[in-house]
Design a protein around this ligand. Structure first.
Ligand code: ATP
Length: 434
């Protein structure tokens, strides 16, 4: 009762050759073991949406772990297995990963003691998924390679741009799907279907989210804030009265939307200039979300979400130091480079980006961006060993000398390595004589 058609041509057009080769080889390896193999979920969805996606999930009808080991051997890849769940990750020599799961032939037990249903294992695996658009599978076995299997009208829903759950108890089974619905809706410009929308409202009203652990709820929220543009998803969370799970006082006011827009701009600016610099973009948005709260309330939010200590430090400590610094900068605009460096060098990238976005005045944004693009990476060329060669005994004085040299370099007084050495010598002779 599944709709099938062959999509080899579409795959050839839209997927890189090396991915197709890996998929074909997975089908061959599965065939040798007598197993069915399918690529499923987000990867197939994105093939139809013409969005690149290299997260490959393979479902095996058979022993997924045995398959993963065989497949890894063929490609000289490593494999991590999770026996208890029948899952594995195959890690190729260049770091590329493929997830493998076992589709077990078992019976689906609905919540609330509804009748038990028997299904084929791939169908059952897909039935457990969150939304119809994520239920497409493409068979990989050689004689059926490229056969698209659509049990749950996924193609229709992709065409209609609709996010729909597979059965009415979906949100009871897993309330995190509500956040996922909003995230996918906004990412793809889809609309949550009418029945699905009604069920979301119902689950909010019934308080299903109270059952959700802080950690799981936060994990979903974080993923929303990691989207390219999280603003509309936050507005949607408000439509469904979901922002209250962070704090009842959070509303998508004009101010919050303007702050989010400012963050988006600053992050785009950063990513263009510093392509390879890694940072946690969601933390910058989260700082904006909780900007109105004092330390105590911020702490309560972090506790509720069971956040790791490194995030608590950002949200409950460093954010307040950054706000103070912003305030201080507004009174001290004609700083020397060395003074600006001393003020800002202690902040993580995330905090600097937060400050740039939060600064209302253009002149302050400029000061921070000047530090970010020009001063941040400046270091002294001379090192401790150069001071040792001058016969200076190692100790705290090294720090003083280096700081003085760095200040002079930041302020443009010296440039070359020789100038640094000369500067250090003069500094030593002056300070050591006094
Ligand atoms: P993303 O691009 O955000 O990674 P994705 O669709 O690949 O999107 P994942 O979170 O990586 O999503 O999940 C992989 C697959 O697992 C999804 O396609 C979905 O079918 C399934 N899945 C994930 N979370 C759930 C859930 N809470 N309930 C049911 N199925 C889920």
């Amino acid at each position: 009762n599944a709709r099938t058609r062959n999509v080899i041509r579409l795959m050839d057009e839209r997927l890189p050759d090396d991915i197709i080769r890996l998929l074909k080889s997975a089908g061959e390896a599965a065939d040798e073991l007598g197993y069915g193999a399918y690529v499923v979920g987000g990867f197939v969805r994105d093939l139809f949406l013409v969005r690149s996606n290299e997260d490959i999930d393979i479902v095996i009808e058979g022993n997924g772990i045995e398959f993963a080991k065989k497949y890894a051997k063929i490609h000289n890849a490593r494999v991590h297995t999770y026996e208890k769940f029948g899952t594995a990750v195959v890690i190729f020599p260049k770091g590329f990963k493929i997830d493998v799961v076992t589709a077990r032939l078992e019976y689906y037990r609905f919540p609330a003691d509804l009748p038990i249903v028997e299904m084929s294992s791939i169908k059952l695996d897909l039935y457990r998924r969150d939304f119809t658009i994520n239920t497409l599978a493409i068979q990989l076995n050689p004689n059926r390679f490229g056969t698209l299997i659509d049990f749950f009208s996924a193609q229709k829903d992709i065409k209609e741009k609709a996010i729909r759950i597979l059965h009415n108890l979906s949100f009871v089974e897993d309330p995190t799907r509500v956040f996922r619905a909003i995230r996918f809706e906004q990412r793809f410009g889809f609309t949550i279907g009418r029945l699905t929308s009604g069920l979301i409202k119902n689950s909010v009203k019934m308080g299903f989210f109270q059952k959700l652990s802080g950690r799981r709820a936060f994990n979903e929220l974080r993923q929303i804030l990691e989207e390219e543009n999280p603003t509309p998803a936050v507005e949607r969370m408000h439509d469904y009265d979901l922002l209250k799970i962070i704090h009842p006082d959070i509303k998508p006011t004009r101010k919050l939307i303007a702050d989010f827009t400012a963050v988006k701009k600053v992050l785009a600016w950063h990513d263009l200039l510093f392509l390879d610099e890694e940072y946690l973009r969601w933390t910058v948005y989260f700082m904006m979300l909780i900007r109105q709260f004092n330390k105590q309330k911020s702490n309560e939010i972090c506790q509720k979400f069971e956040m790791a200590p490194k995030y608590q430090v950002i949200f409950c400590k460093e954010r307040f130091i950054a706000d103070q610094c912003l305030y201080w900068l507004s009174f001290n605009k004609s700083l020397k480079n060395s003074e600006l460096y001393r003020e800002l060098s202690g902040f993580k990238v995330e905090l600097l980006l937060y400050m740039m976005a939060a600064a209302r005045r253009e002149s302050i944004k400029k000061i921070i961006s000047h530090y970010f693009t020009r001063l941040r990476q400046i270091t002294t060329s001379i090192k401790g060993k150069d001071l040792m060669a001058m016969g200076i005994k190692p100790g705290p004085v090294y720090r003083e000398i280096m700081d003085a040299v760095l200040d002079a370099k930041l302020n443009g007084q010296i440039k070359t390595c020789e100038e640094e050495l000369d500067y250090a010598k003069v500094f030593i002779s002056l300070t050591m004589n006094t």
